[in-house]
Structure formats: C-alpha cells, structure tokens
Design a protein. Structure first.
Length: 166
C-alpha cells in the first residue's frame, strides 16, 4: 500500500520560523496601518487612519516573523467593561494566510482577555465566520454584546456578530 502525505501549510512565517506575537507599541503604528490598508480597501476592515493605530497601539497584538521581517498579521482587543471585550482589525497579510498566524494571534488575544478577567469576547466579521466558529465563537445571546459597539456597526456591511465565553 502506498500512502501519500498531504502537506499542510506551515504554521510559521515566511522565514520558516514560528511567528512572534507581541503587544504593539506606538512605533508600530505605521506597520499596523500599512498591513491593514489592503483590507480597508477591500471593505473587509473599517477605515482607520494612522492616528487610530498610534493612539490604540496597546490594544493591538502584532505577528511578525523572527528577525527583521515586516508585520505579518495583527489583531486588537478592546476592553468594553463589564467583563466584555471586542476583537477588531483582525488581518493577516495575504501571502501568509493559511499558515496558522491568525490562530496564533487569536490564541494570544484570548489569553490576554483571560488575564484581564474578561468573561466574553465579541467580534463582527464580514467573511471569516468559519474561522471564528472553528475557535469556539457562536452567535451571542441577544442583548449581551456591548451596546455602544453594536450601535457603531454599519448594517450595510452585513457583519455577523459572534462571541466566545471564557
């Protein structure tokens, strides 16, 4: 019998090493903005100027390859009070999708949320619901999502709101 191995995408960055996920710092704002631009242009992400990335750098996790590689992915976690947090601006550079970078970012964000004693994490997605569902996200109980956040969602974008209890 001959068996054929199916190659899975590497969970590593383009340099072959595991990604480094770290908290972004203000000097990372240009890289966060540049990484997000393609997704903003496609309509997958809400438009945000570089000032947002500068002012909210501490909310962002940044995935990079080891060494001197550009930003490969990012994700922000905003504390909304009362045990709730919102994931937003989640993106992985096109050439690096399907390699486990998004999962690494999400694991780090959920660990951060647990450390902050968040009990439920919410997100809105326009096309990646399958990814979030694989990671335990489901539609939230009506009325549980942070009211100010849900009010700011643009209904024309057709976002699906999901949550995960921690």
């Amino acid at each position: 019998m001959i068996t054929v191995a199916t190659l899975r995408p590497s969970p590593h960055g383009t340099d072959g090493l595991p990604p480094l996920v770290r908290r972004a710092r203000p000097h990372d704002a240009p890289a966060l903005h540049a990484l997000s631009l393609a997704f903003i242009r496609s309509g997958a992400l809400r438009p945000r100027g570089i000032d947002h990335y500068l002012a909210h750098a501490g909310e962002f996790l940044l995935a990079t390859g080891r060494g001197r590689t550009p930003a490969l992915g990012c994700l922000a976690l905003s504390d909304e009070g009362e045990g709730a947090a919102v994931l937003y601006n989640f993106c992985v550079a096109r050439g690096n999708q399907g390699r486990g970078l998004g999962a690494a970012l999400l694991r780090a964000a959920l660990a951060d949320a647990r450390h902050r004693l968040v009990s439920e994490v919410f997100t809105a997605t326009t096309g990646g619901a399958a990814f979030f569902r694989r990671h335990g996200f489901v539609p939230p109980v009506p009325g549980r999502a942070p009211a100010a956040w849900t009010a700011a969602l643009d209904p024309a974008r057709g976002s699906e709101v999901l949550s995960r209890r921690l």
